[in-house]
Design a protein around this ligand. Structure first.
Ligand code: NAP
Length: 426
């Protein structure tokens, strides 16, 4: 049987693992796909860099620097885009589909931003665009929500969608925020510039792709509340320990009578919550719907080999010609703010160590009827530079109203407090 020939665009963390996995499992891949898989071309940014590919990699590819030449090669059946970025991959995916090729990608950013155009183009040309590895790496969550659960509304989705952030939050138990980020970089989990991860944007890209399938419409990222984990500290984790809560960065989808609340926010979860014990770089998604109750999928959410597993599974689906169904694009359902639901909040403020400061903070909160359930200033948190942290537990309040109250802090406090506020999801 004729081989299925692919061009690999990118040979970094994920691309390198894909060639290793394809070489190590060539026989099993051929059996599952019904024909041999060959890597005919590899494209990188800098072909002069010294690199090795496994000697037994089927296809014995040349490593070049011109993606367009590879995409236009009539002997190639599919391109596997593992380079990252948004604009160049958008053009490559467009061109590949127009050239009659299937596409496999692990790139959530390009699909979250240009999904309408690329999915429509694939439909129009009768090509398949597989992207399982782009959300939750090793966890086959897209297949599950497309084919593995009954059709009909999923009422709630709660996801730990960024393995790097989950790893950093775990390290915060012992290290400062900066040291925790460094530790993630040393583990090969964070980029030299970790902004996309720690700002919550990467989680938002993945949430948008999940919601697109679950809601059957496109979800513009700019409509979502997106908050990251910058500024969190071991003090916050400690508060969690004292109250039996775990700190997680969550992507949330909640259907309500008024539309669907969608957003990414750091949240405390009670230790009994199914996602509270998800550690290290694992991702996990909790789905809740009437027909099946609740369902949790969990696995490695980052790293070369875990991601390569999903990429290779998609290559085999493409080689078999498995159909892929695309959610409708265009109609935007009403998106609401998950911060509009009242819950208890944890608040940490840096305040000057002076008389009357607590009354000024309490006054600002009272101006928006934010009730204080508890307030403490643990001795071991004292900062001798004259600024001390205080921690407040509020009664249930909307995040939006709490933010408004914080904006009423007087000018002196505004310049010092650097408030951290975290929702406590029940
Ligand atoms: N790493 C993960 O854990 C993970 C998990 C899930 C999804 N993903 C996604 O997988 C994709 C790849 O991630 P990665 O971590 O493997 O990235 P990476 O280690 O930075 O590797 C990127 C590769 O793409 C090549 N490349 C970049 N720009 C190029 C261009 N303009 N033309 C040709 N080649 C180009 C680079 O070439 P050089 O080697 O010459 O620089 C490199 O080989 C991204 O979309 C990422 O979001 C990654």
């Amino acid at each position: 049987m004729e081989s299925y020939r692919i061009a690999l665009l990118g040979l970094g963390t994920v691309g390198g693992a894909v060639v290793e996995l394809l070489a190590a499992t060539r026989k099993e891949c051929a059996e599952r796909a019904g024909r041999p898989i060959e890597v005919s071309r590899i494209v990188v940014r800098d072909p002069s860099k010294n690199r090795t590919v496994p000697a037994d990699l089927p296809g014995h590819p040349t490593i070049r620097g011109d993606a367009i030449e590879a995409i236009e090669d009539p002997n190639i059946d599919a391109i596997v885009e593992l380079a990252g970025g948004t604009e160049a991959p958008r053009e490559w995916i467009r061109l590949a589909i127009e050239q009659g090729k299937d596409v496999i990608t692990a790139n959530k950013a390009v699909l979250a931003i240009h999904g309408d155009e690329l999915f429509d183009l694939a439909k129009e040309h009768g090509r398949s665009l597989y992207y399982e590895a782009s959300v939750a790496a090793a966890v086959p969550i897209l297949q599950v929500i497309q084919q593995g659960i009954p059709a009909g509304p999923v009422d709630r989705l709660t996801g730990i969608l960024n393995g790097t952030c989950n790893f950093i939050l775990g390290r915060l138990e012992e290290l400062s925020f900066e040291e925790s980020v460094k530790s993630a970089q040393q583990a090969g989990l964070a980029e030299a510039d970790p902004t996309l991860d720690i700002s919550g944007i990467d989680s938002a890209h993945k949430l948008a792709l999940l919601a697109r399938i679950l809601l059957g419409c496109s979800v513009p990222i700019e409509k979502l509340r997106v908050e990251g984990i910058e500024g969190l500290s071991p003090h916050d984790i400690e508060f969690g320990w004292e109250h039996d809560l775990s700190l997680k960065l969550l992507g949330m989808m909640r259907r309500n009578g008024d539309g669907t609340a969608l957003g990414v926010m750091p949240c405390f979860l009670p230790s009994s919550h199914p996602l509270a014990s998800v550690r290290d770089e694992d991702n996990a998604v909790l789905l809740e719907a009437a027909p099946f109750g609740s369902l949790v999928l969990q696995g490695k959410g980052a790293g070369g080999m875990p991601t390569a597993g999903s990429v290779v599974a998609d290559i085999l689906r493409a080689a078999r010609g498995d159909a892929i169904s695309y959610p409708a694009s265009g109609t935007v359902e009403k998106i609401t703010d998950p911060g509009a639901t009242p819950v208890r909040h944890y608040l940490r403020l840096e305040v000057p160590d002076r008389h009357g400061v607590l009354a000024r903070v309490a006054g600002a909160l009272a101006s928006e009827q934010v009730g204080i359930a508890a307030l403490d200033q643990p001795e071991n948190l004292l900062d001798f530079a004259g600024v001390v942290p205080i921690r407040i537990l509020t009664h249930p309040v909307e995040t939006t109203r709490l933010d408004l109250a914080l904006s009423h802090l007087d000018e002196d406090l505004q310049s010092i407090t650097r408030p951290v506020r975290i929702r406590i999801e029940e």
